[in-house]
Design a protein around this ligand. Structure first.
Ligand SMILES: Nc1nc2c(c(=O)[nH]1)N[C@H]1C(S)=C(S)[C@@H](COP(=O)(O)OP(=O)(O)OC[C@H]3O[C@@H](n4cnc5c(=O)[nH]c(N)nc54)[C@H](O)[C@@H]3O)O[C@H]1N2
Ligand SMILES: Nc1nc2c(c(=O)[nH]1)N[C@H]1C(S)=C(S)[C@@H](COP(=O)(O)OP(=O)(O)OC[C@H]3O[C@@H](n4cnc5c(=O)[nH]c(N)nc54)[C@H](O)[C@@H]3O)O[C@H]1N2
Ligand code: SF4
Ligand SMILES: [Mo]
Length: 698
């Protein structure tokens, strides 16, 4: 009875509801959705059933309707008036003052002293066009160095593609190293594909010091010693080379440096016996895995953050893709897909005559990281506090909270405080906003428009149509940038009557129109395989580079090598700290959501049962986790499913400033992490940290 009444009530709410296509922005995977509203309120949201995600949504997206009415959101612009004091100001005051400061900074230090940072990038292209083309700074960056910078540079230099996606569903052998597809979900169609593959009998091998949600579904879990995957991968390459299990015809035609790579792994002695001593994976198991991988079709290897979290992660990630190349299956069914992008155009064009050419190279180049696919953000404090390689005086933070998400929290906070201009564009009062001079409220994805690339296998564009009126005074970034452009003499270039005007410009090369897109929510092109046979690979040689010409050009070793990670546990700090995510939270974005907070109200540190018993720690005790840099206390989670000697902290929680309900819950681990920057990619080594632990209270 009760259920029937509930169903009737739910259906009643849906009567006459209007559907607008949306994009979920809770995590970087931007799933296409359908948002149903009635009388200006959300009544129902579901995944777009016709798009590539087949209607999937995760719990984080599902709970996100709370955003629309969350009283803790930023409601109006604010300006700092004291150490922890902000006053409300109008948009006009905010934009006038920011514009004045931008003009002053450009006159004194040059436009390059201004940088713009984002994480997930809602409409950031407007800021890019204004700052890089009109104002004249080359420093427009994402936050990839805090994320998958090593994997990204590996994919770019080996395969010539920034972001391979995966046809897990049709694979027969899948080996995942440092990627928790079912716990830190990435494309939902991929998670579904992975489960479908396992159900059809595919072999899933998970290499991870922790028994993750993905390992739970695997045929085999390999609890490797942290930071040693490179050795395992090289040894697999050694077996494939010695047994001639590679696809020689493919390698001769489509790879560069095939003979050199084969000689290299043999000459270096990267044998399974050598790797066994490093990885703690027995040599015969390594041999078996290599043979299974090379003789099963389709078979693929993939990684994400787990390898890049160490100083040796870049070369390890390169070897993942090199192994994929050796068996000749890349960009085929059941494998890595080097996706085509939808032909989207910029929303507006800046005429040549109005452009300002930057006088200095972009920061990543000036910092000595010419190959870095994104800014090595851990070096920003040096640029701000010491003026090296050149002074940075102003930062914009959109959709990113680096004061909390970067390591070395105290230094990063000090750097933000030292800026002449700091602007946080956020939906909430983040830890970074709390250090900034100006805090600007951005409209959420329920209130703004966007047309962007999807991360589907075929080329696909997705659209977000505003479903709700603006939340208080919050504005989308395109309106914020337009306001700034007006104040700085570029208003005529950033003029439109409605978002549809620039929306039509973005899709002008798509074989569809805006009205259709507004009904369907997406445009999808044809999925094609083996595109390289027509175009080659987008590398300097047009081939998959087992030996990287880009590396050689910049004086780095063209062939990957195995090195130890940087920080190794010792007697004083006997544990390796590693990081991972929660299934039901995303980074530092969802902790204020009451539904998600009820499911997971705080984070914890996981340690092995045997370590815990030795130290007298029981599940749920509070422990101190101390690195050579600092110490924090956190709840202990004792489990068998983690390698002894490893402490795994689940990221998220531990907010101090945030005004919402997440404040004071759980522990922020980043203050104990030191600065660790990969010397080539500029990626952050979050796991380069040794710790000691002790029980604080039961
Ligand atoms: N639910 C949820 N989903 C998310 C996110 C989230 O916060 N929550 N965040 C999103 C973002 S921004 C990203 S970048 C992705 C991240 O996606 P993943 O990279 O899959 O996520 P992490 O939890 O960082 O996973 C890293 C894994 O590496 C393992 N690991 C640590 N050290 C080693 C090692 O030495 N070798 C091996 N083989 N493994 C190791 C960790 O135990 C962990 O399981 O997830 C995205 N999806
Ligand atoms: N210790 C540890 N640290 C980590 C990680 C880890 O595993 N362990 N993971 C790392 C990884 S993979 C990543 S990607 C980074 C991510 O770190 P960040 O780049 O800092 O991103 P988030 O943590 O997701 O924080 C996003 C911010 O954007 C805001 N926001 C959410 N939606 C919107 C919106 O629509 N518009 C605007 N303007 N703002 C919005 C949120 O309120 C929040 O303040 O963290 C890294 N830091
Ligand atoms: S995976 Fe979940 S949180 Fe991420 S975009 Fe999709 S529905 Fe939103
Ligand atoms: Mo990330």
């Amino acid at each position: 009875m009760k259920e029937t009444a509930g169903t009737t009530e739910a259906l009643e709410r849906l009567r006459d509801a209007e559907m607008t296509p949306g994009i979920c922005y809770v995590c970087p995977w931007t799933c296409p959705t359908e948002v149903y509203t009635r009388k200006g309120e959300i009544v129902y949201v579901r995944g777009n059933t016709r798009a590539s995600t087949k209607g999937s949504r995760c719990v984080k997206g599902e709970a996100s309707h709370v955003l629309a009415k969350d009283d803790n959101r930023l409601k109006h612009p604010m300006r700092r008036v004291g150490p922890s004091r902000f006053e409300r100001i109008t948009w006009d005051e905010a934009l006038t003052q920011i514009a004045r400061k931008l003009t002053g900074i450009k006159a004194t230090y040059g436009p390059e002293a201004v940088a713009y940072l984002w994480h997930v990038d809602p409409n950031s292209v407007f800021a890019q066009l204004f700052l890089t083309e009109c104002y004249g700074t080359p420093n427009y960056y994402g936050h990839t160095s805090a994320c998958e910078q090593d994997r990204r540079l590996a994919a770019l230099t080996v395969l010539g593609h920034v972001f391979p996606v995966h046809d897990y569903e049709n694979a027969k052998f899948i080996m995942l190293l440092g990627i928790n597809m079912l716990g830190a979900n990435q494309n939902l169609f991929e998670s579904r594909g992975l489960l479908a593959a396992v159900a059809k009998g595919a072999r899933l091998v998970v290499v991870d010091p922790a028994f993750t949600a993905t390992a739970e579904k695997a045929s085999e879990w390999i609890p490797i010693a942290p930071g040693t995957d490179g050795a395992l991968l090289f040894a697999m390459a050694h077996v494939i080379v010695q047994d001639k299990l590679y696809d020689e015809a493919f390698c001769r035609q489509w790879t560069h440096g095939f003979d050199e790579f084969c000689r290299h792994v043999v000459a270096r002695g990267y044998t399974p016996e050598w790797a066994a001593g490093i990885t703690d994976v027995p040599a015969d198991k390594i041999r078996r895995l290599a043979r299974e991988f090379a003789t099963t079709r389709p078979a693929m290897l993939e990684t994400f953050k787990g390898l890049g979290n160490y100083a040796n992660g870049l070369d390890a990630s390169r070897v993942v893709y090199i192994l994929d190349a050796l068996t000749g299956q890349v960009d085929g069914p059941g494998n890595l897909i080097l996706k085509d992008w939808a032909p989207l155009q910029p929303p507006l064009t800046i005429p040549e005559a109005r452009k300002t050419k930057p006088g200095k190279p972009p920061l990543h180049v000036a910092m000595g990281y010419p190959l870095a696919p994104d800014l090595p953000t851990q070096l920003l404090p040096k640029a701000i506090l010491e003026g090296t390689p050149y002074p940075v005086k102003a930062l914009f933070f959109q959709c990113t909270n680096p004061v909390m998400s970067e390591p070395n929290t105290a230094l990063y906070r000090k750097a933000v405080q030292a800026l002449e201009l700091s602007v946080a564009i956020d939906t909430y009062f983040s830890e970074t906003a709390a250090e900034c001079e100006f805090v600007l409220p951005e409209a959420s994805f329920y209130e703004r428009a966007e047309i962007r690339q999807s991360l589907a296998m075929p080329p696909e564009a997705i659209i977000c149509v505003p479903a709700l009126a603006a939340y208080h005074e919050a504005r989308p970034v395109y309106d914020i940038v337009r306001g700034l452009a007006e104040k700085m003499g570029y208003g005529d270039l950033f003029r439109w009557n409605s978002w549809e005007e620039w929306g039509r410009r973005i899709i002008k090369d798509l074989p569809t129109d805006l009205d259709t897109l507004k009904k369907t929510g997406f445009w999808s092109g044809e999925l094609t395989y083996h595109k390289y046979t027509r175009t080659g690979f987008a590398t300097p040689t047009g081939k998959i580079e087992l030996m990287s010409e880009a590396f050689a050009k910049h004086g780095y070793n063209a062939l990957p090598e195995y090195r130890d990670r940087q920080v190794i546990p010792d007697e004083a700090y006997p544990f390796q700290l590693i990081n991972s995510k929660f299934e039901m939270h995303c980074n530092l974005t969802t902790q204020n959501n009451p539904i998600l907070l009820r499911i997971r109200g705080e984070n914890w540190a996981e340690l092995n049962t045997s370590d815990a018993a030795r130290l007298g720690i029981r599940d749920g005790d509070r422990i101190e986790v101390a690195s050579p840099q600092a110490a924090v206390t956190i709840k202990a989670k004792v489990r068998a499913g983690i390698r002894p000697g490893v402490v795994c902290v689940r990221h998220g929680h531990g907010f101090g400033h945030w005004q919402g309900i997440a404040k004071g819950r759980g522990t922020h681990i980043n203050p104990i992490l030191g600065t660790n920057v990969n010397p080539i990619s500029g990626g952050i080594g979050y796991n380069e940290c040794k710790v000691r632990i002790r029980k604080v209270s039961g």
